[in-house]
Design a protein around this ligand. Structure first.
Ligand SMILES: [Zn+2]
Length: 303
């Protein structure tokens, strides 16, 4: 086997793989909500896989077919799993005791992660995190946000937009900003709506990670508990508003950020037209992210 031809890729759904999957992987793909199974394949034959449990962040499997061991496939699978988990802000992977007690497995983990020489059931990923993510991780600790917040809800981590442009005033006369290309798409959409006698007014667009942190702190200080706060507000680092691509919209008549927006002409117009301008509804009814339905929250797609 030519190692250069080995591909490591995440599978999120059963139908993403045309060939036959080992039974354990099929089972995981049908029962997990947010964590993919990673497979290593060569010439469309699966030669290894790796996966986590989506509720406990516990490593379920890290397997390479015996004839393909000792050529770095296990390392690639594990690194790929860690890097994907970091996208979701996962700070810790739990290791099954069989792995910790197994000398080859210990050696393997220690070789890819210097901190893993003293293996414990909880393998911290913080030393793999970029500085910006470590900062978010620290913020979460102070707010008491669960370690697996992102992955348990399927929410990815975002960084603050590095370039912003003004889009005018919001419904409370505060200046708002978006990523330049998202702002251009927003302006086009707003003008197009006006031609149809529909007004689209921003409620809030770009919000920084620090802003989100202050917002949540304020709610906690007012006596709300963190579980309830997180049903309405994303944890710092996990809000689409950080990217400068998301915008909360009202029509100037209905109460901003209330479900009544779903009954307005503006919402109907958006449902019919927003896609033409690259905007989509991030949190529809019964979304898989444990976030309330937000008919007002629209996000511009990068491509
Ligand atoms: Zn929003």
């Amino acid at each position: 086997m030519d190692v250069a031809k080995v591909e490591v890729q995440p599978l999120w759904h059963l139908e993403d793989w045309a060939g036959e999957l080992p039974a354990s992987l099929s089972r995981q793909l049908t029962t997990q909500r947010h964590i993919p199974v990673l497979i290593a394949s060569c010439n469309e034959a699966i030669i290894g896989w790796s996966s986590l449990n989506d509720r406990s962040n516990k490593l379920v499997e890290l397997y390479v077919e015996p004839e393909h061991r000792r050529c770095g496939i296990g390392t690639r699978l594990f690194r790929c799993l860690v890097s994907l988990m970091l996208d979701y802000g996962v700070a810790e992977i739990r290791l099954p005791s069989e792995l910790i007690d197994h000398s080859t497995a210990r050696h393997f983990l220690a070789s890819i992660h210097a901190c893993a020489t003293n293996l414990s059931p909880a393998l911290s990923l913080t030393s793999w995190m970029p500085g910006s993510q470590q900062r978010i991780h620290r913020l979460h600790k102070t707010l008491d946000i669960p370690l697996n917040y992102g992955i348990s809800r399927g929410l990815r981590l975002y960084e603050d937009a590095n370039e912003l442009t003004e889009i005018g005033l919001d419904c409370w006369q505060r200046p708002q900003q978006m990523l330049p290309r998202a702002a251009a798409a927003w302006t086009l959409m707003q003008h197009s709506a006006v031609n149809d006698n529909v007004s689209l007014i921003p409620v809030s667009a770009f919000r920084s990670i620090d802003y989100q942190n202050r917002l949540i702190k304020r709610k906690l200080a007012a006596g709300q508990n963190i579980e309830n706060v997180l049903k309405v507000s994303a944890a710092p680092g996990f809000s689409e508003h950080h990217t400068g691509r998301a915008i909360d919209i009202t029509d100037g008549i209905c109460t901003p950020l209330e479900n009544e927006f779903a009954d307005c002409k503006a919402f109907k117009w958006l449902n019919f037209n927003a896609e033409d301008f690259g905007f989509y509804l991030s949190y529809p009814q019964d979304n898989p992210y444990d976030i309330i339905w937000e008919p007002w929250h629209w996000c511009w797609r990068e491509n």
